[in-house]
Design a protein around this ligand. Structure first.
Ligand code: GDP
Ligand code: IMO
Ligand code: MG
Length: 424
């Protein structure tokens, strides 16, 4: 395995990135989040304790690891505070090992208000976002109207930039009695957080580059999944950031040579939460079974996740756009009770067989999957820690995936807990 690894989700999110980042963090010195915001929900289970993190890197659970939030992240300071409280309650000491880039754009209450209105306006085309204000915050960033962590340290500038929000968001804010429209309140609440944020703000790019020079090991933690990438995913049913590998460079201020390996996280079947195309979705008993066995309910919103078979065509696209070197396959145990497992190896699009994703990914909504049927193993794999101890059909399933994608398997996850893992 390479030294400094980027961890990217290969489907539509919730692949188990949190678990794998926590696991790999034991051999790392730094863990850095590079994009997304509190739309993410990364679950880590250690013995009987479950942690769900939204903004703070999953490496924080491992003692002593340094965790950085890069400029590519849109940071909701109030959610962030709740997360710090959660860590304190759980006895996790984050002092002197959690840092934030001053160039992070803030997600503020009015972003959530704007998003609620926009989602409503979209009507039947609603994206079914997480309602964490992510889209509107990235819109402000790109329009250069965003408010950054650094602005909190310059009260007059912060005031001016907040005032300007009134001008550009007039139709959402003026006359609203929603407290999220109250910019004075937002200003006051932000000012309370200034002393803490002053202790957290560092030059993340500089710190990582120095760390690399000193031979430290770095994990770059992605959020969401590659199929939700704003450029390369199923636009407009996507999130607003680059969830793919390039996001790590721009979201942290690092060069490509600071990445030694791209690790893709692949769930052994597929899930999606929110609207948008999903060719292998199962709206039948098998889909319900996967949801129940896999406990497929959103870590951030609690929404039931849509479930379906593995889609190797979209995965091959994702391997290519990220340059994935190796994959960690998660939730293998969820398939234990299925007599037959299907994998999609091509799409039927208007009567023509396609072995690659269509040029316009939105056409995926019309793609019918063409499946290869593989035999299940009908045996309990939960907690298996050695590849050779897996049933033969489970090993065949994993090898089939790796061969199809032309990648190696670095990890197989056989349960939610840290220990329930095969390191290949
Ligand atoms: P993330 O967003 O990619 O970090 O994934 P989530 O945390 O949103 O969702 C993954 C869910 O699957 C969490 O509840 C994990 O605890 C759980 N999980 C992770 N790996 C495994 C596994 O191998 N088997 C089972 N049964 N659950 C797993
Ligand atoms: P993690 O990091 C799964 C989905 C939303 C919606 C779309 C846009 O836990 O894998 P947004 O709020 O980002 O504007 O919503 O993206 N989505 C996720 N789905 N896992 C996530 O994160 C997601 N983050 C956003 O459901 O369809
Ligand atoms: Mg998640």
């Amino acid at each position: 395995m390479g030294k400094n690894k980027v961890i990217v989700g290969c489907q539509w999110g919730d692949e188990g990135k949190g678990k794998i980042v926590d696991l790999l963090a034991s051999d790392a010195d730094f863990i850095a989040r590079f994009q997304g915001g509190a739309n993410a929900g990364h679950t880590i289970v250690v013995d009987d304790t479950k942690y769900v993190l939204h903004l703070i890197p999953s490496g924080i659970i491992q003692p002593g690891k340094i965790c950085l939030i890069g400029n590519g992240v849109v940071l909701d300071p109030f959610t962030f505070m709740e997360e710090l409280e959660f860590l304190t309650e759980k006895g996790i000491d984050y002092k002197d090992r959690l840092f934030v880039s001053p160039a992070c754009n803030l997600v503020l209450p009015y972003h959530k208000l704007v998003e609620a209105v926009e989602e409503k306006n979209r009507g039947t085309f609603s994206i079914e976002t997480t309602k964490r204000g992510i889209g509107p915050a990235y819109v402000d960033k790109v329009a250069r109207n965003g408010i950054r962590v650094a602005d909190m340290f310059e009260p007059e500038r912060l005031k001016r930039r907040l005032e300007y929000q009134k001008v550009i968001k007039d139709k959402y804010l003026s006359g609203s009695d929603d407290e999220r429209a109250d910019l004075k309140r937002t200003y006051d609440e932000l000012m309370k957080l200034v002393p803490l944020f002053k202790t957290l703000a560092i030059d993340v790019s500089l710190r990582l580059n120095e760390a690399a020079k000193q031979g430290k090991t770095i994990l770059y933690e992605g959020a969401q999944g590659s199929m939700l990438d704003v450029d390369l995913g199923t636009y407009p049913f996507a999130t607003s950031s680059n969830t793919t590998v390039g996001g790590a460079l721009t979201g942290l201020g690092i060069g490509p040579k600071m990445i030694d390996e791209v690790v893709g996280i692949v769930k052994a079947y597929t899930t999606r939460v929110g609207a948008g195309p999903f060719p292998t979705e199962l709206v039948d008993d098998t889909g319900d079974k996967l949801r129940t066995l896999g406990d497929e309910f959103g870590a951030t919103t609690g929404r039931p996740r849509r479930c379906g078979w593995l889609d190797l065509v979209s995965l091959r696209h994702v391997v290519r756009i990220n340059g994935v070197d190796s994959i960690a396959i998660t939730k293998l145990d969820v398939l234990d009770e299925l007599p037959e497992i299907k994998v999609c190896t091509a799409y039927d699009l208007k009567g023509t067989v396609h072995s690659e994703v269509p040029l316009d990914l939105s056409e995926l909504s019309q793609a019918s999957p063409i499946y290869n049927n593989l035999p299940g193993w009908m045996a309990d794999t939960t907690g298996t820690t050695r590849f050779e101890d897996l049933p033969e059909n489970a090993r065949n399933y994993l090898n089939y995936i790796a061969d199809y994608l032309g990648v190696t398997i670095c990890i197989v996850s056989t349960g939610a807990k840290r220990k329930e893992t095969i390191v290949v």
